[in-house]
Design a protein around this ligand. Structure first.
Ligand SMILES: [Zn+2]
Ligand SMILES: [Zn+2]
Length: 393
């Protein structure tokens, strides 16, 4: 008898519901009364509550109008249906529809996948029912543009997906999940020019950032932290364990690393006196009130006891960041600053530099958010199984 051991290694992946649908409210800043929809790619069918009312081939278009508290669908001048809502469903993946608002006349936009058209007050409510990855690709291109490193786009995909899932209830009352404006995430188009973005979104499909409690992270980011990220508490008065301040040397030689602004001394004095009563302290600060050095992130100007938050100065004088020093030069207060934005969370220019230097997207995410983990949002659907089988021949 020959004894033979056969080792069978079975890997079973079961991806369940990795492709998720999002419902995004479109043209939220306008009250659309008439919109033309033109099929750019694929075939679409339009349904009312109960049945299909028409089919649209590539290049064909319909006009949707608000009419006496109903939606009217017209094709080539012929009314196809009048109802309170319609679903516009693609027959294949990655179909593309052009949306051209006629009343008011707005710039055309292009979106993937399906749509729902219903009513709100005296206008149409347009919802894009879109595959999560198609949505994220459109968002990343709308917000960041092209020409970046693949690993950087992967970090953006991770952040954007985490944001979308964390805020999925934000517009629940209005019947969709997120809007298309900066209130949620700018989404002005499907992906158009940057295939790398789609590759990055697909390579990280389903992945999100969670904190030590396994909760989705609030994925803050800003353009440039100036060499030290800002504690969330300095900006919003609330501490977040994974958003503490730390030194970032990746962004200090980039475009927006430093800046300078000059304010008239009289204007500076007037604001500090009016808002914080510096002229009523009972003692004179003299020129000390212009000599402020911040070699590291601080929350207050000069001294915390004066109670002058740097974020107030930033807002009042429209400064690029709260990370600055001041000095007096003649009749001007010279403000020398570092970074651009609130500085909390991921530093975009630093992250781009890390990607360029060869760090992976996971390393970049874990550098900017402490004690977080990258997980598959749909985890638990994958397991390994090995069978050591003895077989006699
Ligand atoms: Zn929104
Ligand atoms: Zn930075």
């Amino acid at each position: 008898m020959v004894k033979k051991t056969v080792f069978i290694f079975v890997v079973v992946f079961s991806f369940v519901a990795v492709s998720q649908e999002m419902r995004i409210g479109l043209f939220r800043k306008s009250k659309i009364a008439k919109v033309e929809m033109i099929v750019e790619k694929g075939v679409y069918e339009i349904f009312n509550d109960t049945a299909i009312i028409c089919r649209l081939q590539e290049g064909e278009k319909v006009l949707l109008s608000y009419l006496s508290a109903n939606v009217q669908v017209t094709k080539s001048g012929v009314i196809q249906g009048v109802a309170s809502s319609f679903r516009i469903v693609p027959l294949m993946q990655n179909s593309v529809m052009e949306l051209a608002p006629i009343q008011p006349a707005l710039k055309k936009r292009h979106y993937n996948d399906g749509f729902e058209v219903s009513l709100e007050a005296t206008s149409l409510k347009l919802i894009n029912v879109v595959d999560m990855n198609n949505y994220l690709s459109g968002v990343i291109e709308s917000e960041g543009g092209g020409g970046r490193h693949m690993e950087y786009y992967k970090v953006q995909a991770l952040m954007s997906r985490t944001y979308a899932l964390k805020n999925i209830q934000r517009h629940k009352k209005e019947g969709f999940q997120l809007c298309d404006g900066v209130h949620c995430q700018a989404y002005h188009s499907k992906l158009k020019h940057t295939p790398t973005i789609q590759q990055a979104v697909e390579a990280t499909s389903g992945e999100v950032l969670v904190d030590a409690k396994n909760e989705l992270v609030t994925s803050y980011f800003s353009a440039n932290c100036g060499g030290q990220t800002c504690d969330a508490a300095y900006v919003w008065n609330t501490s977040v364990p994974y958003l503490e301040s730390f030194v970032d040397t990746f962004c200090i030689h980039t475009r927006q690393a430093t800046w300078e602004k000059r304010i008239k001394k009289s204007e500076w004095d007037a604001y500090l006196n009016k808002e914080f009563g510096l002229d009523k302290l009972g003692y004179e600060l003299g020129d000390l009130k212009y000599n402020f050095t911040s070699d590291q992130r601080k929350a207050f100007y000069i001294h915390p006891s004066l109670g002058i938050p740097l974020r107030d100065l930033r807002q009042k004088f429209n400064l690029k960041s709260t990370f600055f020093s001041t000095r007096l030069e003649g009749v001007e207060v010279v403000i020398s600053g570092r970074g651009f934005g609130h500085g909390v969370g991921l530093c975009q220019e630093g992250a781009m530099q890390m990607a360029f230097n060869g760090y992976t997207y996971q390393q970049i995410a874990l550098f900017y958010f402490s004690n977080v983990e990258v997980i598959d949002y749909f985890r638990g659907n994958f397991f390994n199984q090995s069978i050591d089988q003895e077989q006699g021949l």
